[in-house]
Structures are given as C-alpha cells and as structure tokens.
Design a protein around this ligand. Structure first.
Ligand SMILES: [Zn+2]
Length: 520
C-alpha cells in the first residue's frame, strides 16, 4: 500500500499577490458543492485556479464531466487513492518551479484530486479555548461532571499556568496544529485573563499566533471567565477588569469577551456586558460573550440586553464600524417562542445589527439539562433556525479534553454528523446548513469576511480568498457532512499548508474454497 513517502514532496512557496496572472495553484479534478438539484452542476469535475491568495477562475475539468475519470473501487481490497501534489514550471523554467530568465511567469503548484474528493471552504473555529485544551490529566478527577465542578477543578489547574508557560505553549501548539490538519485556516482563540493567570495565557497565545501566522490566522480573544466584580456588594469592577483593559492593548488581541453568568447578580451581569462593550470600543476590537448558558425558563435571557446595548452604542457613535458581536452557547434561546425568535431575526437579519450566534454542541450537550428526567437537545438548532428564520448560526468545538467538555476531537467538521443526529436533520438542505455552520457562518461570526468580499458561498467565486479544505474521500456535500473524510488537504491563501492522510492495513485473507456440496 502506498505510504506518504511516495508523494512528491510538496514545497509550498509564496507568490506575491497580483504579481502575475499566472496561477500560483491549480486544484484539478475536484467535485464542488453546487446545489445538487441542478443536474448540470452536480456531477462534473472542476479545476480551480488560484492567483496569489485569491480564486481567479473555475473551469470544467472535462467536457463530459466525471464520466471520463476512473473512480476505481472504494472496497477494502483496492489500493488507497492519493492525490498528487507537485510544482510545475512554465516552458523554460527549472524542474522545481524555477523561473525562466526574463520570463514574467512564475512556477505554480498543482494539486490533482484525480476525480476523488470535494473542495469545500476552509473550516473555521468560531470559538475555541487555547489555554484550557488537553487539560484533563492536570485536573482533579471528575466526580459529578457538572459545571461548578468543572469551574473548580479548572481554576485549580489554572493556578499552575503562570509558572509553567511551556506547557501552555505545547498544549496550544498541539491544538492549532491538529486544527490546521483538519482544514482550519482561521480561528478565534479565547484566552483567559484574571488575577490567577494575569497575562501568562495571553502572552503565550500571542507567541503561538506569531508562530503560525503564515498558515493560520489566530484571532486572540482576551476572555474573563471569572467575574469582573469581586463580590455582590461591589458596585465598581475589580482587578480582573483592570487586567482585561491592559491585555487588550497588546498587539494581536482582536476581541474581548466575558461570561456574564458568573457575576453575583443579574445587575452585575448587565454591568459586565456594558464594561466589555466599553473595552471593545476603546480598543477597536470585536466583542464575544459566553451568554445565556442555561435551560431555565425563568432565567432572564440577556440576549435582549446585549441587542439593546449594541443598538444604543451604534446610534450614539460608541461602536467601531467593522466590529462584530459573537454570542456563544445561548442555550436558553432553545426555549424561545416563535415570537421571540422573530424578534431575534428582526434584529440580526432585518435591522442588520452586527451580531451572530454560535452554538457549542459538544459542551452544550454534555453540560446542559443535567437533572432533567428527559435530557433535552439543549443546543441551538442550526438547520431549523436557517430554514425557519433565515439565521446564519455557527457551530464551534469550544473545548477539547477538559472538564467543561471531556469528549471529542478538535475537528469542526465532526460537529456536522453530530448535528444530523441531535437535530434529526439529514436532508440535503439540512446538510448544507450544517456545513455552513462550520465554514461561512463561523467566519461571519468572528468578523472574518471583509467589505468588498464576493458574496458568501460554499463554491469558489472569483476574487474570494483561496482558503479550502479538500476532503479526499467524499464526493458530495451530503457525504462530507454525514461521514467526513479523515484524509484532507488544507489550502490557505492559495498555498497548500497541511495534509492528513489515513493509513490502514488489514491482514490479507485467503479466498475460501466453495463449501463441498453435501451428498443427497
Ligand atoms: Zn467557551
């Protein structure tokens, strides 16, 4: 069976954007996620040409679609099919993409999917904790598994962070590397700032941001998991607030966030929200709240207060144009009536307030509804909210191997088959919604689309940033969502930046001789 050593070694290199109209990367013979009910678009194979960091054009690979391409068998006995990736050069160039003397053309890379695989937008972590990942083995053993226990054992583990920053760095690096291998090229990393860790986590996160800057954009979100008010009797914020104000002045911090539910009262929670908006305005950065993380019908949903604050601040000029508010968890909203959802839609879709919801299914499902006789589906129903209210809700992983979420991998695409089961949503329309939730909606939620970008689409559009994940063992969007391929190639800004290939082996079996025919 062929192994990775049989690939021609990829040596991605950067081509200056707009230096030439010659493609810097051609992705050949791939499926694209066009609407499958259009028979002219569903089946053929395409070539995608990237120039610099953007998509230049998309062409049909063959005049007769995929019929001219051999797919082979996907059974156990057929050899694994691997894409070819190599550099070529224009006539007169050197063998490794060198440039002919005097020629304006540069060598380019080619990624040939050979008729297998679908090219999707790159994945995006809209919400992931960089400092608390892979922490289970440093925490006291979980007994109840509930939220207060998670807070307690994590706080204890956190107390060692400032004296062990290399461990912080190594765990964060592992999370980012695994994410890129999955197909992530953009993430918002929440990093705690408080009296316990001071700036140890944020400074480590900024080191990691720099380390990976050429292959993945890491938005650092300075995050107050702990209360900004030291006690219920305080009407002024304490040291945690001052530390957060200081943290956002560091270059590379692009968002500020908090968890208002940890404050001692609802009044303090609302003050927490105001203080975070103030910090964001002063620093010119995005806002990100862990909000309405409960399933209590009697709990006041603070989404209304956030919407009101945002509206007032935009009207009074205390909001920076281009910044975006992200609301994580929002499990309380699963109890909303149609009228309440219509009000959310009116604010986000009709009024166009810059705010997005991000469901965090691995954490929401693990933590919510404990003590209920029947466990509810306590996480935002992404396909239903898309269909019924036109809301673009994102899904994100949130935590990996810690007390808040002990289970599951770092792969955002893994949330899609989970969503199919949890929401009982496996139609092609549902699957598109689920895929949008970990690609375009996630990017939208963290302000990752800029003004002037082409319209948001699952298919490559000329002028769009060339960030993709190629799923080698899926040929359709439906298949990619129901059972995502392990083998993937990650492309960022028109350059191949990661590859993950499944290897397997099975003991060869002798063909059994036919059973003897028993005598009559
Ligand atoms: Zn979180």
């Amino acid at each position: 069976m062929p192994g990775p050593s049989q690939y021609r070694s990829p040596h991605p290199r950067h081509t200056p954007e707009a230096a030439s109209d010659y493609p810097s990367l051609v992705i050949r013979n791939v499926h694209l996620p066009f609407e499958s009910d259009d028979p002219t678009l569903a089946d053929p194979l395409y070539n995608v040409y990237c120039v610099g960091s953007r998509v230049d054009r998309v062409e049909l690979a063959t005049p007769h679609g995929s019929r001219s391409v051999s797919h082979g068998s996907s059974g156990h006995n057929s050899p694994a099919r691997h894409p070819e990736y190599h550099h070529s050069s224009p006539p007169g160039g050197s063998a490794h993409g060198g440039r002919a003397a005097g020629s304006p053309r540069q060598g380019h890379a080619e990624l040939d999917a050979q008729g297998r695989g679908i090219l999707l937008p790159a994945l995006c972590h809209a919400h992931i904790h960089l400092d608390k990942c892979f922490l289970l083995d440093q925490c006291d053993e979980l007994v109840t598994g509930n939220f207060s226990e998670a807070l307690r054992v994590t706080a204890k583990a956190k107390s060692t962070f400032p004296t062990n920053t290399e461990d912080l760095y190594d765990r964060g690096r592992k999370l980012i590397a695994q994410s890129i291998e999955c197909g992530v090229t953009l993430m918002r990393a929440h990093i705690e700032v408080d009296e316990t860790v001071h700036f140890a986590c944020v400074d480590t996160g900024l080191r990691l941001r720099k380390l990976f800057r050429d292959i993945c954009h890491i938005q650092i979100a300075a995050f107050a998991q702990d209360p900004l008010f030291a006690s219920a009797s305080d009407d002024r914020p304490g040291l945690n607030h001052a530390l957060l104000q200081s943290a956002v002045r560091r270059h590379g911090v692009e968002a500020v966030g908090s968890a208002p539910y940890v404050e001692p009262s609802i009044a303090h929670a609302k003050r927490n929200i105001e203080l975070i908006f103030d910090i964001a305005f002063e620093a010119g950065i995005h806002v990100d709240f862990h909000l309405d993380y409960n399933l209590e019908p009697t709990a006041e949903p603070l989404i209304w207060y956030v919407l009101e604050q945002l509206r007032q601040r935009i009207q009074s000029g205390r909001w920076r144009h281009g910044c975006h508010v992200c609301i994580g968890h929002a499990t309380r909203l699963t109890l909303f009536s149609p009228e309440e959802w219509a009000a959310v839609r009116a604010a986000i879709v009709d009024e166009r307030l810059p705010i997005s919801l991000v469901g965090l299914p691995p954490s929401d499902l693990y933590m919510m509804g404990r003590g209920f006789e029947y466990a509810p589906r306590g996480t935002l129903n992404v396909p239903k909210l898309a269909t019924e209210y036109g809301l673009r809700v994102a899904m994100a992983v949130n935590n990996v191997e810690n007390a808040f979420t002990p289970q599951g991998p770092v792969d955002p695409l893994g949330l899609c088959p989970l969503g199919v089961a949890v929401f009982q949503a496996g139609t092609k329309t549902d699957c598109r919604s689920l895929l949008e939730a970990v690609t375009n909606n996630a990017r939208l939620a963290i302000g990752g689309f800029h003004k002037g970008s082409p319209s948001i689409s699952l298919t490559p559009a000329p002028g769009a940033i060339a960030d993709f994940v190629l799923l080698h063992d899926n040929d359709s969007l439906h298949s990619a969502v129901l059972n995502p391929s392990f083998s993937r190639t990650t492309i960022r800004h028109g350059t191949v930046v990661a590859r993950r290939i499944q290897q397997s082996w099975i003991l060869p079996q002798k063909t059994p001789s036919p059973d003897p025919i028993p005598p009559e």
